[in-house]
Design a protein around this ligand. Structure first.
Ligand code: SAM
Length: 317
């Protein structure tokens, strides 16, 4: 069994050597774990934008814990009203790439999200997206409490997590997802190929995403999805309720209710895929807590109460 230090070393090495390796212009190997087909773009974009809703619009510092290279254009919106986005990551390569995107608006720290090197009350807002699950299980609670500590009074935090194989909704959908994926593979074998089954013409929108989606080899992505990339561990909904519910403002809402496997297997441009995803986004807006609990990816929200105007004045009694 690996020690906690070895786990982190393995994760760092994975991102430095594989995950953040560039395989096209503005495109990382890591993009193969996402569904970047045009048919899913609007759905993904809505999920990315959901994060910004729960952050203070402005402030001096926004912490991005496990920032990676800031790989999607929507990510830049989170810190648009901040003087600095503080990017913390184990991967130096990620931080070098992030610097390209943030220019003078970024500060970069090589560090561990479970051992934050920042003082109490440093940040008006913070995000940590798809990162805490790379920590050994015993460090998850500690990491959340460390993030809370660095929030300033009135500050708010959004952590995007995944229930992994514990998502009730995705477990329910698994047989049909498997069947659909098998059918797609069979169709490909018959020589019709991914191009006819899943692709659609892309229309450039200037943010680089179209270019990205065109460069991803979707068959290769499906193969990679079946392989573990690096160490991950996910606690379940009950664990969060038991261990972190005392954090002020604690709430679990949906970020995105379906997995990449589901998207690839069930969503096709020629089979009303875009409409299906519009319906799903609509549902996510209406059932944020239920889908946060049972869907694939929850957002864990918490906030630090604003300082009382009377604090420090003394009651005089
Ligand atoms: C799945 S990527 C997500 C990156 C980015 N947040 C995003 O959503 O695109 C996870 C990132 O977390 C970083 N990471 C993993 N474990 C970490 C730790 N203990 N401390 C800091 N960063 C970590 C990795 O190097 C990687 O850049």
């Amino acid at each position: 069994m690996m020690s906690d230090v070895q786990v982190k070393e393995q994760v760092r090495e994975f991102y430095d050597r594989v995950g953040w390796r560039t395989i096209g212009e503005g495109l990382y190997q890591n993009a193969r774990y996402e569904d970047l087909r045009p048919v899913a773009r609007e759905y993904l974009s809505r999920a990315h934008r959901r994060v910004a809703r729960y952050l203070p619009m402005e402030g001096k510092y926004l912490l991005d814990a496990g920032s990676g290279p800031i790989q999607y254009p929507e990510y830049l919106e989170y810190s648009a009203g901040y003087r600095y986005r503080v990017c913390l990551d184990l991967s130096r390569l990620a931080l070098r790439e992030a610097r390209e995107r943030l220019a003078g608006r970024g500060l970069y720290v090589v560090g561990d999200v479970a051992r934050l090197p920042f003082g109490e009350g440093s940040f008006a807002g913070l995000v940590s997206l798809h990162t805490i699950h790379h920590l050994p299980p015993a460090e998850h609670e500690f990491a959340f409490r460390g993030l809370y500590r660095t929030l300033q009074p009135g500050g708010r935090a959004v952590v995007v997590y995944s229930w992994g194989a514990r998502s009730g909704l995705m477990r329910l959908a698994a047989p049909i997802v498997r069947l659909s994926a098998a059918l797609r593979r069979a169709v490909r074998k018959l020589g019709r190929g991914e191009a006819q089954v899943g692709a659609e013409p892309s229309s450039a929108n200037g943010n680089g995403v179209d270019r990205t989606s065109d460069q991803v080899d979707h068959a290769e992505s499906e193969r990679l999805l079946g392989q573990p990339g690096t160490y991950t561990f996910r606690h379940d909904y009950r664990w969060f309720r038991q261990r972190l519910e005392d954090l002020p403002g604690f709430e679990i809402r949906v970020w995105r209710s379906v997995s990449v496997e589901f998207l690839r297997a069930m969503v096709h441009p020629k089979l009303l895929g875009r409409k299906l995803l519009q319906g799903l986004s609509w549902l996510e807006e209406r059932l944020p807590h239920w889908l946060g609990r049972h869907g694939q990816y929850p957002m864990i929200l918490f906030s630090k109460p604003a300082a009382s105007p009377l604090a420090g004045e003394g009651s005089g009694r």
